[in-house]
Write a protein of this length. Structure first.
Length: 233
């Protein structure tokens, strides 16, 4: 079983277009699938699942679409506030990765509150990549290291991969074993750029709003057949 699965939730717009609906309806449908798949990952005992919800490049979309997405995230976080009371029954921890300081203030507050609630260490972690970009994340880590060097706390010649990892938003979490991208696109689009060095990639033609727990099972079964060598033989 993969410990960490990354999911690029792609194809919402095309799903809506196929039905003659506005793109935002595709995101609403996609958000429902996000809930279903996060619950399922928790049920089957996956340790970490990272969902690509909004990239640093997604600000280029029409303002109405961006606003609709922010509204969906807010609605979910209000709902998630209730989920935490279910922890005893085995809920999950929500974390955010990305430059969340740049999202609308109201959403920022909800994000901060959700992060604070994330205390239980013994359950599935759901990372939501929000205003996330892999290159931006590496830059964020590099700046932290540069500050330490500037202060004389670290020698440039002594910088290690662990120092870079410590500055990533996923610090302390295992790297993604499996990255799933539905909708037929064959690229990673700035998702977990550093962490995906040895990830197994799984692409499917299903559009995200049509993605089911059976599709996830299929991806996991495919992953289980792979021979991971990490550069060895
Ligand atoms: C890419 O599909 C999808 C997004 C940019 C948004 C993903 C967000 C969600 C599914 C909502 C998640 C909700 C929560 C609460 C985390 P696209 O619109 O680029 O699809 P297209 O390529 O078919 O146009």
């Amino acid at each position: 079983m993969p410990k960490h699965i990354g999911i690029i939730m792609d194809g919402n717009g095309r799903w809506a277009k196929e039905r003659g609906l506005p793109r935002t309806d595709g995101h609403v449908a996609g958000a429902k699938v996000f809930r279903k798949i996060s619950d399922y990952c928790h049920d089957i005992g996956i340790e970490v699942v990272t969902f690509y919800a909004f990239s640093t490049e997604n600000w280029r979309r029409p303002p109405t679409e961006v606003a609709a997405l922010m509204k969906l995230f807010k609605e979910y976080l209000v709902e998630a506030d209730e989920i935490k009371y279910d922890r005893q029954k085995g809920g999950y921890i929500l974390r955010f990765i990305g430059d969340t300081g740049a999202v609308p203030k109201e959403l920022q507050k909800l994000v901060a509150k959700t992060q604070l609630d994330a205390l239980d260490e013994n359950t599935t972690i759901i990372n939501i990549a929000l205003n996330y970009g892999g290159r931006q994340e590496i830059l964020h880590s590099v700046k932290q290291i540069a500050e330490k060097v500037e202060k004389g706390e670290l020698k440039a010649s002594k910088i290690t991969e662990e120092d870079i990892e410590a500055g990533l938003y996923t610090a302390g979490q295992p790297d993604p074993d499996l990255i799933i991208r539905p909708s037929g696109e064959l690229r990673l689009s700035n998702f977990l750029t550093y962490q995906s060095a040895y990830s197994e990639l799984y692409f499917s033609n299903v559009l995200w709003p049509d993605f089911t727990t059976d599709d996830l099972d299929e991806a996991i079964l495919d992953y289980a057949k792979r021979n991971r060598r990490f550069g060895g033989v």
